[in-house]
Design a protein around this ligand. Structure first.
Ligand code: FES
Length: 69
């Protein structure tokens, strides 16, 4: 989802973003946008402006819930 949403640019923040997203989705499989923003808030990205990252996490959540159904 990060690749599809162009949520990486230099990639420096990507490992931390993905780990934070994994923890969020393990605990909250269908997070709201606000929950995604809060979960990622400890990670700083100097490149993307955050919106592609947020959309990637929401897309991953939707894909995961569709696969579980
Ligand atoms: S992609 Fe460069 S810091 Fe986030």
């Amino acid at each position: 989802a990060f690749l599809d949403a162009f949520a990486t640019q230099c990639g420096f923040c990507t490992p931390g973003m993905i780990m934070a997203a994994k923890v969020l989705l393990d605990r909250t499989p269908n997070p709201s946008r606000e929950e995604v923003v809060e979960a990622l808030s400890g990670n700083i990205c100097r490149c993307t402006g955050y919106e592609p990252i947020i959309q990637a996490v929401l897309t991953a959540a939707r894909a995961s819930s569709q696969n579980a159904a």
